[in-house]
Structures are given as C-alpha cells and as structure tokens.
Design a protein around this ligand. Sequence first.
Ligand code: HEC
Length: 137
Amino acid sequence: MKKIGLALVLLIATATWASNDGMPATASAASANPERGRKLLVNRQETGCVLCHAIPGMKEGGDMGPNLQGLSQRLSAEQIRYRIADPRLLNPQTFMPAYFSTQGLHNVAKPLMGKTILTEQGLEDIVAYLLNATKGP
Ligand code: HEC
C-alpha cells in the first residue's frame, strides 16, 4: 500500500512538471552534495554519464552527447534537473536514458521494476555538482 502511495505521488509530481521545461527542486535538494554527485557522474555502472558527455573536472568523457561545459550559464537548475530526469520530454527520439522516470520502459529486470535509475538524492547531488562545475565558459 505504501508503495502504491509513493508511486502515485511520483506520478502526480511528474505530471505537473512534465509539461514545462523545468523540474522544481525536490525535497532532497536541501541535502544535495556535489562531491557525491561527482562520484555518481564518473560511475559507469550506476549512471554512465561520462560515456556520452565531457564534463568539467573529469578526465574521461565521451562525445555522443553535448559537452556540458558552461551548462549552468545556459540552463537553470530546473532545466538541468528536467533534462536528466527525462530527456524524452524534450526529444522523444533521444538516446539519453531517463534517469528519474519509470514510464514507458520495457523488459525491465524484475528487481529494478518500478525503480528510477537515480534516487531523488542522486539526482540532486548531480545537479549540485553540475551547477558548480559548469559556471565557467
Ligand atoms: C547514451 C548517451 C548519454 C548518456 C549515458 C547520458 N547522456 Fe545526457 N545527453 C545525451 C544526448 C544525446 C543529449 C542531447 C539531448 C537530446 O538527445 O536531444 C544529452 C543531453 C544532456 C543534457 C542537456 C545538455 C544541454 O546542453 O542542453 C544534460 C544536462 C545531460 N545530458 C546530463 C546527463 C547526465 C547527468 C547523465 C548521467 C546521469 C547523462 N546525461 C547521461 C546523451 C547521453
């Protein structure tokens, strides 16, 4: 019952921000930690971000996705959060995974069903790192 309640809250929360270009800060934003975010960004097994993105402060980086240098100069925290949570909302054809959505996924392994790739805290930790690290040009 608790799980259903949580899923419902997540669904309603998603429905309200999904129609705008921006996702408001979650409750975990207050405890966001950029250092934890940095570790998540370089972790290929948990996120794989560096497979596709060059990110300031990181040695390795791919070029299948845009370079994230200067990101916080062109996008707000809300817009950055939105693009990580579900990039399909802006580009249904994107090959970037939706890190904070459980919608429209098929053949998900049983233990992972109904779970988002990133936790709410993980999402906020990453946003905190990117906001800090991409202030420069
Ligand atoms: C498989 C490749 C891939 C992975 C993995 C990936 N991305 Fe992306 N990302 C992209 C692509 C491609 C885009 C461009 C958006 C589009 O496809 O329309 C993008 C766009 C973005 C943007 C918007 C950049 C801009 O300038 O508008 C951000 C922010 C971002 N990704 C962050 C992340 C983070 C953080 C992770 C890991 C949690 C991640 N990405 C993982 C491919 C990837």
